[in-house]
Design a protein around this ligand. Sequence first.
Ligand code: NAD
Length: 249
Amino acid sequence: MSEQVQKKLAGKTALITGGSRGIGRAIAAALAAQGADIAVVCSGNGEAAKETCDELSSRYGVQAGYYLCDVSDFAKAKETVEQVRKDFGCIQILVNCAGITRDGLILRMKEEDFDRVIDVNLKGAFVMIRHCSGIFLRQREGCIINISSVVGLAGNAGQTNYAASKAGLIGLTKSVARELGGKGIRCNAIAPGFIGTDMTKDLDRSGLAKQIPLGRIGSPEDVAQAAVYLAEADYVTGTVLRVDGGLAM
Ligand code: NAD
């Protein structure tokens, strides 16, 4: 059997927010390895996104392009989704991975830090689903993967804004799964534990590893493996898949 025949996501386009680095970049690479074309949507100056896209197209021979867009900006996100659809012809997979932290104790947390984290992490996912769902409905096909966190399941002192956004994503996921399941659209969440990326670079990683049954911090590739599973699992919707080495069981 040729390699092309084995690639389960060939002919599909995956739009990945936050796909320029960290977990999003690993998900983009893992979906590209299965043959999916990749549209990266991210904030920042685009250098990391360009590097990611160049590597994916040269390594996997897929179409890859990046789009600078703040996912919490409803109008700009609408334009971006429309541009991706024009450039790629279709979108079958949406991965909402863009996320930020603005940690602080509740007693001192600034209103703008609460609002910004909710805007990017939770509203951003709503915005992207809202704009992609028309495309998915016309195709009668769509797969949405929201990157939540174990903190959304268990809570975490010093992260009330972040935990609320990640718990909100779980409610969003289950509601979308119920609302759109009959139209051939699946929606699932992944709840990663501690993953070694820029977001966690200031944490005491060896101390954290001791709390994890599997004894190590996760890698972005550990999360990407779960994303590929959910992209391909035709009978799975509304689930929250923990990828945490057993941390939050
Ligand atoms: P990261 O900081 O390395 O990457 C974040 C990405 O989000 C970047 O590509 C950035 O450009 C993008 N982004 C940020 N704000 C944006 C905005 N307003 N609009 C568009 N894009 C924006 O982070 P990471 O560790 O790779 O985390 C990725 C996701 O996984 C986040 O949602 C995070 O909350 C979640 N997560 C991470 C961990 C962890 O331990 N690293 C654990 C659980 C969940």
